[in-house]
Design a protein around this ligand. Structure first.
Ligand code: KG4
Ligand code: ZN
Length: 365
């Protein structure tokens, strides 16, 4: 008797992207992402608008993922969905859609942590990636460093104390009048600029070797603009130089910490994931330093770096193989970081904590 390939539907709606993916035997058969444009006018994601847009997009996105993945509803053996962390009103749209599908098809629901999905997203493009690796999540909401020991086993090593790396790009771009999201705009303009034209502060923290801080950088750009461009914002070469220098401060901070922590822990592999991983300067600097230091660098294609359901499907597949399913009472929650760390500032030389991203419980919030 022919063995049917096992097909999972994965759903992601934690922020402002509605996404669904069909994963067959751990391989991505389809990935649909519908991004919300409405937030551009507001300079950031407006939670109420985001949840409403998910409600509109969710069903067509799921249908399209099923169709493009050449799947039919009866093929599905499980439905995986992001339950945390994220905007609760956004998450609930995906969670409820997933529940409806699980109930009507009588298949298991698998709750997935969004950060865990980013950490394992490298497996989409590099299925043979080896563990352990240092995982750096750099997105609009997070700047996190984890020791990824194995699927399901993570140790939090460092995090931002204030703004996330993507937020630093977005807020810097806003000060420069470049609109939202600002990362791609700064990246583009910086290509013609001199990264050494100005020296912006590196986001290092005195009492921690592993944490990041980006709020000082943004403030220094504000003062720089106030002092040098009191009447009109910079344009042309001046704007390009400022973008390149500002971007350099972010990339240099991220690379400095990531490579030092990898060396401290003796980790030979490094994965950079999340929306900011698309940054061209970041990619170039990380590739050069990884080669120089003999580290394997795992990266994601931009479509898999930004929020997407394929990465949810990868985690869902691992959980499915391990028989980890969730109760139908599971809910959504906004918790930023569930994993705890030991030692002040999560220093690499602190006693190792074997931290797992726990299973979402049914009875919280
Ligand atoms: O992972 P993501 O799509 O969503 C979150 O979970 O936040 O990340 C979005 C962030 C935004 O802050 C955006 O400005 C940034 O990623 N980003 C970039 C680039 N592309 C996206 N930042 C720098 N350079 C880029 N090329
Ligand atoms: Zn994300």
């Amino acid at each position: 008797m022919a063995i049917m390939p096992r097909t999972i539907l994965a759903i992601e709606s934690s922020c402002d992207d509605t996404s669904a993916s069909v994963v067959v035997e751990g391989a991505i058969a389809s990935l649909i992402i519908s991004s919300q444009a409405d937030h551009n006018t507001w300079g950031g994601v407006v939670p109420e608008l985001a949840s409403r847009a998910h409600v509109t997009a969710i069903a067509p996105v799921i249908r399209e993922a099923i169709a493009k993945g050449n799947a039919s509803w009866s093929d599905l053996v499980a439905v995986a969905v992001t339950t945390e962390p994220g905007l609760v009103g956004s998450l609930l749209v995906g969670v409820n859609a997933a529940k409806g599908i699980a109930v009507s098809l009588g298949i298991p629901l698998i709750a997935v942590n969004h950060i865990e999905a980013h950490l394992l997203s490298v497996l989409i493009d590099q299925p043979d990636a080896e563990f352990p690796y240092l995982g750096m999540v750099v997105s609009g909401g997070h700047t996190l460093l984890y020791n990824v020991k194995a699927p399901g086993e993570y140790q939090l090593l460092g995090a931002t104390r204030d703004d996330a790396a993507g937020e630093a790009f977005d807020k810097g771009a806003k000060l420069l009048g470049l609109g939202y999201p600002g990362g791609p705009a700064i990246d583009r303009l910086a290509a013609d600029g001199n990264p050494s034209a100005h020296r912006f502060p590196r986001g290092l923290i005195k009492d921690s070797r592993n944490d990041f801080s980006f709020s000082g950088l943004k403030t220094s750009l504000r003062y720089f603009l106030r002092d040098h461009y009191p009447d009109a914002l910079p344009t042309g070469t001046e704007l390009a130089d400022i973008c390149a220098s500002y971007q350099e401060a972010i990339v240099d901070t991220l690379a400095g910490t990531a490579f030092r922590v990898a060396a401290d822990l003796g980790l030979k592999r490094l994965a950079v994931v999340g929306g900011v991983a698309a940054n061209s300067r970041l990619r170039a600097v990380f590739a050069a330093r990884a080669e120089e230091k003999g580290l394997a660098l795992y990266s994601v294609r931009p479509i898999h770096g930004t929020d997407n359901a394929a990465m949810i499907g990868i985690v869902g597949w691992h959980k499915f193989l391990n028989g980890v399913v969730s109760p139908l009472t599971v809910t959504a929650r906004s918790a930023m970081i569930r994993a705890e760390r030991k030692g002040k500032g999560g220093d690499a030389d602190a006693p190792a904590s074997r931290t797992r991203i726990p299973e979402p419980d049914a009875d919280i919030e």
